[in-house]
Structure formats: structure tokens, C-alpha cells
Write a protein that binds this ligand. Structure first.
Ligand SMILES: Cc1cc2nc3c(=O)[nH]c(=O)nc-3n(C[C@H](O)[C@H](O)[C@H](O)COP(=O)(O)OP(=O)(O)OC[C@H]3O[C@@H](n4cnc5c(N)ncnc54)[C@H](O)[C@@H]3O)c2cc1C
Length: 367
């Protein structure tokens, strides 16, 4: 590549950042990927995702990873069962979204992207603390170790609580009034056959039509384990208000058994027999549309740009953002046209796409 190759940093090795780095590399452009986590497998990556044909899967095609994705994906993971709180099955679909949206475990997706890009090419244990434009037209990162580094372009792919975003916008994530409390079951078919039947190969949703303030979601993962999300409409400090210490699994369990009193015993077992702790995940979103005035040398992708409630779109958008941005930069470098114009063109595509999905996701959450 010529001496005019821009110096690019990608902050965050999530799905969006890694996909972007991979497609840039295909264009012969090396990006420095900085990741706060100490190592690749420092934390579990959560449940499974369905990747959509025109966003997540299209991005994987661009990266040359679609065949690898198909090998890891699980079309049967689409199965959906809906229950009333009485335990009555009210709906059951084997393939509600059609074959175009197979599921993949989040860990498998991350591992696939990391291995393809090269785990050794990610600078782990490197948190970005601050991002500033310099008077010389570059972008300076302040890193956790107190050092600084300068780049021609910094891409904020650092998720919900992005440290890059404040350089572009004053927007901060808002609590949606909904919290998911996550827990899990590993040896499901032997130890928890009732739960295995409830969830099947895909997902189950259980609700009480008379009381929409709480629900249960169960999701099968590729290794057979089941991840459960207890959905609550509640204050951000619901646990403190209820006098429950979130670190005390038995206290949280006792609280939930009261909240879900009157539910069928098979559903209440989910609260009684979980193996994992209860992990509190308040649902936040950015105001939408979230846009900013184009600023040379800095941009955002994925959750950093358009954090939305989990309604099946966030990872898909992070992937397609990463692909679009990398393709635009690759074109600019190949044709010797401006890097800045390429980033602005990506933002013109990404902003309305992110805003539309954010609105849909907010509506889905309400419903
Ligand atoms: C419960 C739940 C279920 C979901 N289900 C779905 C689904 O079914 N389908 C779907 O499409 N989406 C789903 N989502 C949304 C999806 O997980 C996100 O939209 C997606 O992970 C965003 O990808 P990203 O690359 O933008 O950011 P992230 O995945 O958040 O990655 C950001 C990375 O940046 C790193 N980082 C953060 N700060 C710094 C820093 N200061 N310095 C360096 N590194 C940093 C983080 O450690 C992380 O590795 C769900 C989300 C939740 C919470």
C-alpha cells in the first residue's frame, strides 16, 4: 500500500469493530484495534443472535465469512414457543422468520471474527479514556496507561457507553424503564427436562396478559445450555427499592418467586433452579435519531452510534455499519479520493438506517 495509507484506530473489538477491521484488511489497510477487555475470553458473550439477510449476513459476505457463519449457525434455533403464565402453550412456530435468519451463538460469532482477523492483532487490555482532535488535524487517543497515540481516523466501535461518542455528540444513553435479569442452565436435558421441553430448540416467551410488568424469556444456545431473561418493567434501582442485594442469589430468587406468584410451577422452576447467578441488565437506548455534525477524523458505528433496546437488530447493524465504513474507506484509498468524504458518505447511509431501526426497536419494546 502507498505511503498515503491513513493511520486508523478502531476502538472496541465487538462484532462491529472486528468486521470493520477485517474488511479494511482485505483492502490492504491495517487498522489498530484497541480493546478494553484483558483478553479474548475474559467474559462470556451472552446468548444467541439471528443474523438478517440484508444486514448481518450481507456484512459477513463482504468479509468472506458467510460460509463459515453457515457452518456455525443453527436454523432450528428459530423455533418459537409462547406460553401464558398458566403454562398453556398459546403459539408454536418452527420457523417464524423463515430460513433467511439462522441463529448463531454470540461467542461463536465473536470467535469466528477474532480468529479470522487474528486474535494476536487485537491490542487487548487497552482502554481508551478520551478522544480529542489536535490542532494539526489528527485525532488523539488517551489510553488507560496514560499514554497518547494519534491517528488520521478513529472509529468508535466501543458500544453503549462509548468513550469516543462524547467527541461528536452530547447524547447519553437513557434508561428505558425495562430491565432484563439474566441467568442460565447448563446441563439442561438431564437436569432440567421441564425447562428443555418449554424452550425446545429455540426460544420461549411466557407472559401474563393481565400484568405486563414482568415476563420470562428462555433461549437455547448451540451447546444445549439455556439462557433465561427475566423481563421487568421497573425503576433502575428496583433491587434497592425492594431491599434486595443483587449479589445475594437467594434473596433475588425469593423476590422473584413473590413477583411471579401464581405462575405455573414449570415456569417458576426457572427462578428456583438456575445455575448461574442473576445478572442485572438495565436496558438503555440513545435518543433517536442520534446524529452529529460530521467531524473529520472521528466516526462511530454499531451501539456507539445508535444504541437501541434488544429487539434483534443491534448486532446486525453493527456488522453492516462495519462493512459499509470499511468499503467506503477502501474505495477512497484505492482511488486516492478523500478519507473524509468516504466517512461522510458512510454516515449518510448509517444515520437513517440506525434511526429507523432504533424507532422500530423502541416500539417493539413498548409492545
Ligand atoms: C440481552 C441482549 C440481547 C440481544 N439480542 C440481540 C439479537 O438477538 N440480535 C441483535 O442483532 N442484537 C442483539 N443485541 C444487541 C447487540 O448485542 C449489540 O447491538 C451489539 O453487540 C453491538 O455491537 P458493537 O460492536 O457495536 O458493540 P459491543 O458488542 O458492545 O462491543 C464493544 C466492544 O468495545 C469494547 N470497549 C468498550 N469501551 C471501550 C473502551 N473505552 N476502550 C476500548 N474498548 C472498549 C468492549 O469491551 C466491547 O468488546 C442484544 C443485546 C442484549 C443486551
Amino acid at each position: 500500500m502507498s505511503h498515503s495509507t491513513p493511520r486508523i484506530a478502531i476502538v472496541g473489538a465487538g462484532p462491529g469493530g472486528l468486521l470493520c477491521a477485517t474488511v479494511l484488511r482485505q483492502a490492504g489497510i491495517h487498522a489498530t484495534v484497541l480493546e478494553r477487555d484483558p483478553s479474548a475470553h475474559h467474559r462470556t458473550q451472552g446468548g444467541s443472535l439471528d443474523l438478517h439477510e440484508h444486514t448481518g449476513q450481507a456484512a459477513l459476505r463482504t468479509a468472506g465469512l458467510h460460509d463459515a457463519f453457515l457452518k456455525l449457525s443453527r436454523p432450528e434455533g428459530q423455533e418459537m414457543r409462547e406460553y401464558a403464565h398458566t403454562g398453556r402453550l398459546v403459539a408454536h412456530e418452527e420457523d417464524p422468520e423463515g430460513p433467511a435468519r439462522p441463529e448463531i451463538d454470540r461467542t461463536d460469532l465473536r470467535t469466528m471474527l477474532l480468529e479470522d482477523f487474528g486474535t494476536e492483532n487485537v491490542r487487548f487490555d487497552t482502554a481508551v479514556l478520551e478522544v480529542r482532535r489536535t490542532p494539526h488535524g489528527r485525532t488523539r487517543l488517551t489510553l488507560g496507561e496514560g499514554t497518547t497515540e494519534e491517528f488520521d481516523l478513529v472509529i468508535g466501535a466501543d458500544g453503549a457507553w462509548s468513550k469516543v461518542r462524547p467527541a461528536l455528540s452530547d447524547a447519553v444513553p437513557l434508561y428505558t424503564g425495562n430491565t432484563l435479569v439474566e441467568t442460565w442452565f447448563t446441563d439442561v436435558d438431564d437436569q432440567h427436562p421441564a425447562l428443555a421441553r418449554l424452550v425446545g430448540h429455540g426460544m420461549m416467551l411466557a407472559t401474563d396478559a393481565g400484568d405486563p410488568t414482568h415476563l420470562l424469556i428462555g433461549q437455547r444456545n448451540g451447546d444445549g445450555s439455556i439462557r433465561v431473561y427475566i423481563g421487568l418493567k421497573c425503576a433502575l434501582d428496583w433491587a434497592a427499592q425492594a431491599g434486595v442485594d443483587l449479589a445475594d442469589t437467594e434473596a433475588v430468587r425469593a423476590h422473584f418467586l413473590t413477583v411471579f406468584a401464581g405462575w405455573h410451577e414449570d415456569l417458576r422452576r426457572v427462578l428456583r433452579e438456575n445455575e448461574g447467578p442473576f445478572v442485572n441488565r438495565p436496558v438503555h437506548r440513545l435518543p433517536y435519531p442520534h446524529t452529529w455534525q460530521h467531524t473529520p477524523g472521528i466516526t462511530l458505528l454499531g451501539d456507539a452510534a445508535h444504541l437501541m433496546p434488544p429487539a434483534g437488530q443491534g448486532a446486525n447493524l453493527a456488522l453492516i455499519d462495519g462493512a459499509d465504513l470499511a468499503l467506503a474507506i477502501g474505495d477512497a484509498v484505492r482511488h486516492g479520493s478523500g478519507l473524509d468524504a468516504a466517512v461522510a458518505s458512510y454516515e449518510r447511509t448509517m444515520h437513517p438506517r440506525g434511526a429507523a431501526a432504533a424507532e422500530e426497536s423502541a416500539l417493539a419494546l413498548e409492545q
